[in-house]
Design a protein around this ligand. Sequence first.
Ligand SMILES: C[S@@+](CC[C@H](N)C(=O)[O-])C[C@H]1O[C@@H](n2cnc3c(N)ncnc32)[C@H](O)[C@@H]1O
Length: 230
Amino acid sequence: MTAQSLHRYPAVRLSDRLAAAAAYVDTQREIIDVGTDHALLPCYLYQRGARRLTASDINAGPLLAAKENIQKYTDRPESIRLMQTDGLIGADFAEEIIIAGMGGELIVKILSDFALEEKDVHLILQPMSRCEIAVKYLYSVGYGIADRTVVREGGHEYIIISAYRTGIKKEPSDTFCYTAGATDEGFLRHKADGLFKAAAACGHTDPVRAEKLSAIAEEIMSILSDGENI
Ligand SMILES: C[S@@+](CC[C@H](N)C(=O)[O-])C[C@H]1O[C@@H](n2cnc3c(N)ncnc32)[C@H](O)[C@@H]1O
């Protein structure tokens, strides 16, 4: 008999993408899942021993789904605090911050509004798009990427980033920002392909930009032969 089967609630099954994000979370600390939607991630963390959990969303609908899942997957309705808020407004208590399934621009807006530069938190970010904007921002406010995981699921490539405060502000290379320091071959090829396509699409209207994007793509491809991404 597993420890799980001793409980009355069923085990949460997470997508590989969310499971990779969960793997970075320190369950002993104060956790918030921003833009939680169904709250499956906090329910999963609860089942793994986390007890200081908040699931937040800007919209009321997702929080209703979250409430149902908390009832289904945990033993107490109040096991996970629910918050309807924009980003991290009112969440100064947070120590472990997960933001998954949002674009890079929105992630940056949420972290800037939170005044990340003045905080010392652990970030687990999974940008759905424009990861380069999020990475550039992190380094500009004295945060750095400690680790990352690439997940392939449903024909998509996802990157999950774990970042901490370093106190050192830096301007990483474009190549690093676009790849978040990953060395995964499939991910790098996918990124380079996207950049070559974007360069081709703007080649006539903005040749300078096209050249820049192509140069970044070439540099990403060179990581594959060098094996280093710094
Ligand atoms: C695509 S879902 C991602 C759900 C989950 N985090 C995941 O990765 O599967 C995006 C969620 O973010 C919420 N959201 C969008 N903008 C937000 C904001 N500014 N603050 C908080 N939540 C937001 C949406 O309501 C939605 O539930």
